[in-house]
Design a protein around this ligand. Structure first.
Ligand SMILES: O=C(O)CC1=NCN=C1
Ligand SMILES: [Zn+2]
Length: 426
């Protein structure tokens, strides 16, 4: 190697996340590929050498190094991966806080035309430019919290025109923002007011018009459905996802978030890449997911924010051999936070995961949940040089000391995009 673009060195604790192929579960979730006194060398945005600094220095000996970045004896991890967000949306729902404090449940608020439908009204009323500006601000926040790859769902348009508007905003962000975005169509997020009481007719609209239009637009890779009591039944969810699969979409499912409908079983039956929430999932459903290789995406900020007495049974999932990923579920109602670092703390304190399992769930397993494990989720030769340097020298300190942002520097495709905790990209 004659030319190195970036060398990140003097890393006291380098978490490479190098390990077995495939999404990880069981004891494998504790294997984080930790290297003491490490370094990472980058050419053209890709990792060319990674490991103990003395070994990396030998591998690049004699090369001309454009930028040497001193990690000052701190912790470095792979760029964090957000596999589940509702990034693009209009308005906000702080008024729901008092409703919740007065005992209203999530589904009761939705049933009365609030919740998702309140955000649908705000999103339909917003211009593409307004949605772009608002989503970019959140994406900058996510980047500052260490997220370098983010999944973004539609689902606040609920008509062909408005769903395509949301998806175009995600596409515009993908072109202009350093964070890599992965787009999911979620027209089956709720039944719009104009179809109230006519859910089957709305399901037909999703199947016969929205899915083909979205496929033609090329603006989404995945299709997700909110399979929930009072939203879309197992049968309706199955019909939508079978139609989506036929068109070539890969599948995700909001499953067993509040009521145990058997969403986990349906996700396994249809070969979803991931199933989301799963607070009410049965052991049988989780076992079926394990057999089908479905990644469980747990969302502890949501159960925290909804003041639920129970959380996703992540420990049980790991015991059964289901790969676990974590995400913020960023959305204006059930989880209005962009902080994956808060999710680290909740993953430990409310889900009972160790710091190592939490990091696996936010890197390589999250990458598997969005089909990007070949490109990101670990610091290995050939992968994208997406990494985070923290103002901490060990992993446990991140979830332990909560409520602040520990990120100092973020590197995306070999470029410094966050410096001293603030976005620093052109
Ligand atoms: O409430 C929202 O806007 C997002 C959500 N969809 C399903 N659960 C939460
Ligand atoms: Zn969600």
């Amino acid at each position: 190697m004659s030319q190195i673009d970036l060398l990140v060195h003097n890393i006291k604790a380098l978490v490479t996340m190098a390990g077995p192929a495939g999404a990880r579960s069981g004891a494998e979730m504790k294997e984080i590929g930790l290297v003491q006194d490490g370094a990472v060398a980058v050419v053209d945005g890709r990792i060319v050498a990674v490991g103990r600094e003395e070994d990396v220095q030998k591998q690049i000996q004699g090369a001309d190094i454009s930028t040497e970045w001193d990690a000052k004896g701190k912790l470095v991890t792979p760029g964090l991966v957000e596999p589940h967000t509702h990034l693009v949306h209009g308005g906000s729902r702080e008024h729901e806080l008092s409703l919740k404090l007065n005992g209203a449940s999530y589904l009761e608020i939705l049933e009365k035309g609030g919740g998702i439908l309140s955000t649908v009204r705000a999103t339909r009323a917003a211009t593409e430019e307004e949605l772009f500006v608002k989503a970019k601000k959140s994406l900058d926040q996510m980047l500052q919290f260490g997220a370098t790859t983010v999944e973004a769902k539609s689902g606040y348009g609920l008509s062909v025109k408005e769903e395509l508007k949301q998806l175009r905003v995600t596409s515009a962000l993908q072109k202009l923002h350093p964070v890599d975005l992965v787009s999911t169509f979620m027209g089956a997020h709720a039944v719009p007011t104009e179809y109230k009481g006519r859910t089957d007719e709305y399901v037909a609209l999703v199947i016969n018009e929205m899915l083909p239009e979205v496929k033609r637009s090329g603006l989404a890779e995945f299709c997700d459905v909110f399979c929930e009591h009072g939203v879309f039944s197992v049968e309706q969810s199955r019909a939508i996802m079978q139609a989506a699969r036929k068109l070539g979409f890969r599948l995700k499912l909001h499953a067993d978030e509040i009521e145990p409908l058997g969403g986990a079983e349906l996700a396994a039956e249809l070969g979803c890449i991931s199933a989301e929430h799963l607070l009410a999932a049965s052991d049988e459903g989780l076992l079926a997911m394990k057999e089908a290789g479905v990644v469980a995406v747990c969302l502890p900020a949501t159960s925290f924010n909804l003041r639920l007495s129970k959380h996703a049974r992540a420990r049980k999932m790991i015991e059964l051999g289901v790969p676990v990923a974590l995400s913020t579920d960023y959305n204006p109602g059930s989880s209005p936070t962009e902080s994956l670092q808060l999710v680290m703390t909740l993953g430990c304190l409310n889900l009972g995961l160790t710091p190592e399992e939490v990091l696996t769930a936010m890197t390589i397993n999250a990458a598997h949940a969005i089909g990007r494990a070949e490109q990101v989720g670990s610091l290995e030769v050939g992968k994208q040089a997406d990494l985070v340097i923290y103002d901490a020298d060990n992993l446990a300190y991140l979830p332990y000391h909560f409520g602040i942002n520990h990120v100092k520097t973020v590197v995306k495709n070999g470029q410094i995009v966050v410096q001293d905790g603030k976005v620093a990209y052109e």
